[in-house]
Write a protein that binds this ligand. Structure first.
Ligand code: HEM
Ligand SMILES: CC(C)=CCC/C(C)=C/CC/C(C)=C/COP(=O)(O)OP(=O)(O)O
Length: 297
């Protein structure tokens, strides 16, 4: 049947939201909200997190609407609903635009318009700055564009308090600086996929050695930003010690990537370990923040 006449399946609409990646994005938003000094009524807190989830999912859908041609060229993404021909681009566009407006407006009415503004900025950043502008043009695409994924804890905090503070800005900085080692570790062992699609990711453009150096260069300030809340007196010892331990492991794995000389994915165990650990790192670091703040208050 012509895909234009086919209704999109709920499973494909859900896939459009990039649920696995977005689960961590939403978790950091939830943690930012819980870490804030003002407790929200739980219905409003739930609504705020829902808005972050729906906004992030909408941004994921708009990303897939725009880059269906790229996704079709990569093994990892060729099975997505658009390149696989199970959904029209128009459906993805309507779904993404509709949910973007819904999430921002609901956030504004349920919490405050300051939080809604940051949510709108995150969506626009991911879709326009990263997806439409930088991704196909520069190997620094994820450094600048990656900021989009760093906003959620800040959005959660502002939803609860209505204003910014030093801690949510540091939480933003942690994810912002975490994104290059997270993504470049992965891109080292899936380089050929990006090469085939003509996406100028760093290993394709500058080579493996430069990518290994660059991921380490971002890891150093990330470690500093992640530990800083403790000496600054913004958090207690639970977050402090968890952060020291997690950052020590991250630094070690990042150093092993820096020193690795393998040219083929088969020799890239350090890269695979760093990518896998990067996800665990962020989950546990933000969970530690929540436990710390709950026990402190
Ligand atoms: C521009 C920035 C980023 C890029 C280019 C990027 C890219 C990727 C890619 C290509 C994958 C592998 C496969 C997949 O699509 O599932 C991945 C996995 C993942 N990313 Fe990122 N990422 C970025 C930022 C983030 C952020 C900010 C978060 C969360 C705070 C995040 C969380 C995750 C998670 C949880 C996975 C594992 C998903 C799974 O198990 O399938 N990423 N990332
Ligand atoms: C609250 C809010 C609106 C958050 C924005 C969501 C966001 C920026 C998430 C992290 C970025 C992400 C999923 C990158 C994937 O890169 P890619 O798009 O290059 O990956 P692909 O190759 O898998 O398509």
């Amino acid at each position: 049947m012509d895909p234009a006449l086919m209704p999109a399946s709920p499973r494909d609409l859900f896939a459009l939201t990039k649920p696995r990646v977005m689960s961590l994005v939403v978790f950091t938003g939830l943690c930012g909200l819980i870490a804030a000094p003002i407790a929200m009524p739980w219905v409003l807190a739930f609504t705020a997190v829902l808005c972050i989830a729906v906004g992030a999912g909408a941004a994921g859908a708009l990303n897939q609407w725009y880059e269906a041609d790229l996704d079709a060229k990569m093994k990892r993404t060729a099975g997505r609903p658009l390149p696989a021909g199970r959904m029209t681009r128009e459906t993805a566009l309507h779904f993404g635009v509709g949910l973007s407006f819904f999430s921002v407006i609901l956030m504004g009415f349920a919490t405050n318009w300051h939080a809604a503004l940051w949510l709108a900025i995150s969506i626009l950043f991911y879709v326009i700055i990263y997806t439409m502008w930088l991704k196909r043009r520069t190997a620094q695409n994820i450094v600048i564009g990656g900021a989009a994924g760093a906003f959620p804890p800040l959005i959660g905090w502002v939803a609860a308090t209505g204003e910014l503070a030093l801690l949510p800005v540091l939480l933003f900085a942690i994810i912002f600086l975490w994104t290059p080692p997270h993504f470049w570790a992965l891109s080292l062992f899936i380089k050929s996929d990006y090469g085939n699609a003509g996406v100028p990711m760093l290993p394709v453009v500058s080579g493996l050695k430069a990518t290994r150096i660059q991921q380490f260069v971002y890891t150093l300030p990330m470690v500093a930003a992640a530990i800083a809340p403790w000496p600054l007196g913004l958090v207690g010892a639970i977050y402090g010690w968890a952060s020291v331990a997690l950052n020590a492991v991250f630094l070690l794995l990042s150093l092993r990537v820096l020193l690795n000389t393998a040219q083929e994915p088969s020799g890239m165990k350090p890269e695979k370990q760093l990518f896998g650990f990067s996800i665990l790192y962020l989950f546990v670091l933000f969970a530690a923040l929540v436990v710390d703040r709950m026990l402190l208050s």
